[in-house]
Design a protein around this ligand. Sequence first.
Ligand code: 5GP
Ligand code: ZN
Length: 113
Amino acid sequence: MSCLFCKIIAGDIPASKVYEDDQMIAFNDITPQAPMHVLVVPKRHLATLNELSAAEDGLVGAMVRRAAAIAKERGVDGPGYRTVFNCNAQAGQSVFHIHLHVLGGRAMAWPPG
Ligand code: 5GP
Ligand code: ZN
């Protein structure tokens, strides 16, 4: 298994876990870009958003709702937070196992770089 996030899910590489259930895991990003920077990651390996089908609608919905729950736990739901899926090279995807970035705790610019 060569996928970094599959290794984290398997427990072969440590991560600072903030949430886990049967279908997903959430952990702190190793290089945080904001005071809160959590990655919500499905346990099933899907390389990019381009692999999603209707079969994953429930999974992706649960991931987005988990991001909102984590933001609320951290108290950034009111001030605001950002959720991001990067897809492929031009968007800056570097780990090819889909993950939802959840960033908060500071003001953010738009458009993104
Ligand atoms: P991407 O660039 O693919 O959208 O996001 C990948 C994210 O994974 C980056 O924000 C990067 O900092 C994070 N990351 C890379 N390697 C590790 C690691 O070993 N542990 C954790 N917790 N995060 C990682
Ligand atoms: Zn994987």
